[in-house]
Design a protein around this ligand. Structure first.
Ligand code: ATP
Length: 467
């Protein structure tokens, strides 16, 4: 993890927010490569969930909504984590995680929670912790010039509620029939007690949420369908089956309104952790908003002439956690043959030097569709104007379609290595032969094999692999 965090900073994937002021805990900035990576994740999700289907439409709601939204959804009253303070060093911790880290389980009581015996403060070691109490995770703010109780508003802790609140408006314009879905991507904010594991648990993050509205009674079928769909999507973006695990909630773990919930976990270096939750939430959310707003949330089925409040299945994923999983999955330290040694990359052995004829490389083996930069274009020599001019022509063609990188400095091998480290799947080199026969060499990041093809063939060849 340390090597990955350092690469993320060094190469411009992820920076600490407000770093020049010593940072702010739980907030992160995405650099030039990080924001491309996130953009490709969002695009892949939108393509699979909205664009490629006829039954799902998009929505983009405001981050601050009427505070009644959060009363209706239950967030004002109970979107809380149990928190404890160390009486000795005054540090604050999330009680359930503290117990988990010390191989214990937080005890549920009638009034809330209690710590089991023997739990220590992880900062100072004292066994002097307060009893757990509920800490609401919503960030509060004020709307308008007066800061009093009547102007309190919240930064949304999830994007989903905006979808429920706009259900009737979207239904009226989208010409959809149940089953159909509304999808949204956007920022969410939670005042997490202990942000940790790099970007995994942040206080500001991005969600990709789908509310799929269904006929009551079809919940189990659609829940199973969406778990399978989402697992398929994770595999397509480069997270292999063996790194993923669905965690099926037991009946006693479900929220009172939910009939099923499955988390998709990824095998992070810090343990199996959630990327996405897929919940069958019944009609809880729409019913609550109907109750609190006094507006009907019913749907009229023109075929059966029935009126009902649709049930919903909600796949809810985090962009930042998926970006982190993709970085973890892609990161490799390898030994690769030097220029005149034939052969393929081999996995580096920790703490050892590469064998003769090999050198070390760090590579991010992203799927081409997800890689921040798709191709790097290199004129073989920067002081030959005819090579540079030709390479510029090729670069212009590719850059129109994909994020590409221009690099004319240093030995060609070093230029390849720089691209390997940021996961660029293709290197295109323009050499003297290009000037005579219009062909370029195309180098594959993973196998390091090179082929020659014409400039005319290049965009089509790449499109088949990237798009
Ligand atoms: P956790 O149990 O890890 O706190 P959660 O079950 O509360 O997560 P949900 O409310 O189901 O999370 O949110 C849906 C998704 O939003 C999560 O699967 C995750 O990808 C993302 N997410 C939630 N909280 C955070 C956070 N603090 N930082 C980054 N992503 C988050």
């Amino acid at each position: 993890m340390d090597a990955l965090v350092s690469l993320c900073k060094r190469r411009g994937f992820i920076f600490q927010s407000s770093e020049i002021y010593e940072g702010i805990n739980g907030f992160w900035d995405y650099g030039p490569l990080g924001c491309e990576l996130k953009r490709h994740i969002r695009d892949a999700w939108w393509k699979s969930v909205v664009q490629a289907r006829e039954d799902i439409v998009g929505l983009d709601c405001s981050i601050i909504m009427h505070p009644r939204v959060w009363e209706a959804s239950g967030h004002t009253a109970s979107f809380a984590d149990p928190m404890v303070d160390c009486k000795s060093c005054r540090k604050r911790f999330r009680a359930d995680m503290l117990c988990e880290d010390q191989d214990a389980k937080l005890i549920k009581t009638d009034k809330g929670f209690a710590l089991p015996d023997g739990i220590k403060c992880p900062a100072c070691g004292a066994k002097d912790l307060t009893a757990p109490r509920a800490f609401n995770l919503m960030f509060k703010t004020f709307v308008g010039p007066v800061e009093d109780e009547s102007s309190v508003a919240y930064l949304r802790p999830e994007t989903a509620q905006g979808i429920f609140v706009q259900f009737q408006n979207v239904l009226a314009v989208a010409r959809q029939k149940v089953p159909f879905g509304i999808a949204q991507i956007g920022k969410a904010f939670r005042n997490e007690i202990n942000p940790r594991n790099f970007t995994f648990r942040s206080r500001e993050f991005e969600q990709m949420e789908l509310e799929y509205f269904i006929k009551p009674g079809t919940d189990a079928h659609w829940h199973e369908y969406w778990v399978a769909e989402r697992l398929k999507w994770y595999r397509a973006i480069g997270l292999p089956e063996e790194s993923l695990k669905p965690y099926v909630y037991g009946k006693d773990e479900l929220a009172h309104y939910a009939s099923a919930c499955t988390d998709i976990l990824y095998d992070f270096p810090f343990g199996m952790q959630e990327l996405e939750g897929i919940a069958a939430r019944g009609d809880f959310d729409l019913t609550q908003h109907q109750k609190f707003s006094g507006k009907s949330m019913e749907y009229f089925d023109a075929e059966t002439r029935e009126k009902f409040i649709p049930h919903v299945v909600e796949p809810s994923a985090g962009v930042d956690r998926i970006a982190l999983a993709l970085l973890c999955e892609a990161y490799r330290e390898e030994w690769v043959p030097t220029a005149d040694t034939p052969g393929e990359p081999i996995e580096a052995e920790c703490g050892k030097q590469p064998p003769a004829g090999y050198e070390a490389r760090t590579v991010l083996r992203f799927e081409p569709a997800i890689a921040p930069i798709k191709a790097a274009v290199f004129p073989l020599l920067k002081n030959k104007p005819e090579l540079v001019a030709k390479a510029r022509e090729v670069f212009a063609v590719l850059q129109r379609r994909w994020p590409c990188f221009w690099d004319q400095t240093g030995a060609i091998g070093r230029r390849y290595r720089r691209q390997d480290e940021i996961g660029t799947p293709f290197g295109v080199t323009i050499d003297f032969q290009t000037l005579t026969d219009q062909t370029v060499t195309l180098r594959d990041r993973d196998t390091m094999k090179q082929i020659r093809l014409t400039i005319a063939e290049l965009p089509g060849h790449l499109a088949n692999i990237i798009d």
